[in-house]
Write a protein that binds this ligand. Structure first.
Ligand code: NDP
Length: 311
């Protein structure tokens, strides 16, 4: 198998990966970055980004990622297409296999592989992607001011997103498959007592409809053991909040993760339990999951790499 040695390997090309590449490039570390399955990361699937500082008029998600890519290239980052398919951190230098056909031996590694929002798996979610379907209320909620939206999920994220959206929308339906919420007590109370939020327990979304975007959702309501009622609910936006899956599978044998798979790092730093291996962005962040927080942790990871290599 082809082999290559690098000083600093960055896996993933979202805001964390590219920011790490900008800093590592400017520190003359010749970073090599593998872009992964979705070059540019989750932001390439959103339309307008209005909360990334420095863009008073907002910027398209794909444009923002293109700018970050160019900025990383300007400082010498070697950006390549390819997916990390295997990791061997049992000894140094650490080895990452790319596309099952090339081994990279790296003195330092920044894992910035992100997380993937879970979807229900409906064909209509793809059909209306960017046209009323979203997995991020903070990103897209603003476009639903005074409109009617639905949020799917019954955990803390779903409740948080429903409350956030209720500050903008005229009405929020929370579609919950069980007869109860899984969220923490305080979040449950806030949701149940919010005048704009209506919780639809024991409901499942089975499809969406609309001409040029989402105009409604097909629902199935469970009525006792065997019975169910099907009906359509008019909505303008459909938000998924049924959890995220961090892209950490190949690293799990070597690093500590929480029960969902988020890589555990030393508090307030991107340091993992292995020297020279750092985790930045959503793969290590179950709490904030914002482009700006990912970028910040990418910056921290690159500074850590620089200090580690100086030792
Ligand atoms: P959770 O796993 O806690 O909740 C997921 C929710 O989505 C559950 O209600 C689940 O239903 C539902 N769900 C999953 N799959 C489907 C499906 N196919 N169809 C319909 N519903 C589905 O994920 P969260 O993202 O909400 O939270 C993740 C972690 O982060 C949790 O530990 C949470 O406490 C934490 N968190 C904390 C916050 C805070 O403290 N402020 C804010 C946000 C998250 P069911 O209950 O039936 O399984």
């Amino acid at each position: 198998m082809e082999k290559e040695q690098v000083k600093c390997l960055i896996i993933g090309s979202g805001p964390a990966g590219y920011t790490a590449a900008i800093y590592a490039g400017r520190a003359n570390l010749s970073p090599v970055i593998y872009a992964g399955l979705q070059p540019g990361g989750q932001l390439t699937t959103t339309t307008e980004v209005e909360n990334f500082p420095g863009y008073p008029q907002g910027i398209g998600g794909p444009e923002l990622m293109e700018d970050l890519r160019k900025q990383a290239e300007r400082f010498g980052a070697d950006i390549r297409y390819g997916v990390a398919t295997k990791a061997d951190f049992s000894h140094q230098p650490y080895t990452i296999t790319i596309d099952d056909e090339k081994e990279i031996e790296a003195q330092t590694i920044i894992i910035a592989t992100g997380a993937t929002a879970k979807y229900l798996g409906l064909d209509d979610e793809k059909k209306y992607a960017g046209m009323g379907v979203s997995a991020c209320a903070t990103c897209d909620g603003f476009f639903y001011r005074k409109k009617v939206v639905a949020v799917v999920g019954g955990g803390d994220t779903a409740c948080e997103e429903a409350i956030y959206l209720a500050g903008l929308a005229s009405k929020v339906y929370l579609i919950v498959r069980k007869p109860y919420l899984r969220a923490s007590k305080v979040m449950q109370e806030r949701v149940m007592n919010h005048e704009k939020i209506e919780v639809l327990f024991e409901h499942n979304a089975v499809g969406l409809f609309g001409e040029d975007g989402v105009e409604g959702v097909h629902l199935v309501k469970r009525m006792g053991e065997a019975d169910e009622q099907r009906y359509d609910l008019p909505i303008d936006g459909f938000f998924l909040a049924i959890g995220h899956k961090p892209n950490s599978d190949i690293f799990k044998p070597y690093l500590d993760t929480d029960e969902t798979g988020y890589i555990l790092t030393e508090a307030g730093t991107p340091r993992t339990k292995l020297p020279g291996v750092f985790a930045a962005g959503d793969v290590a962040d179950p709490h904030y999951r914002q482009a700006i927080t990912a970028a910040a942790s990418g910056c921290m990871a690159a500074i850590e790499v620089e200090r580690y290599l100086q030792q």
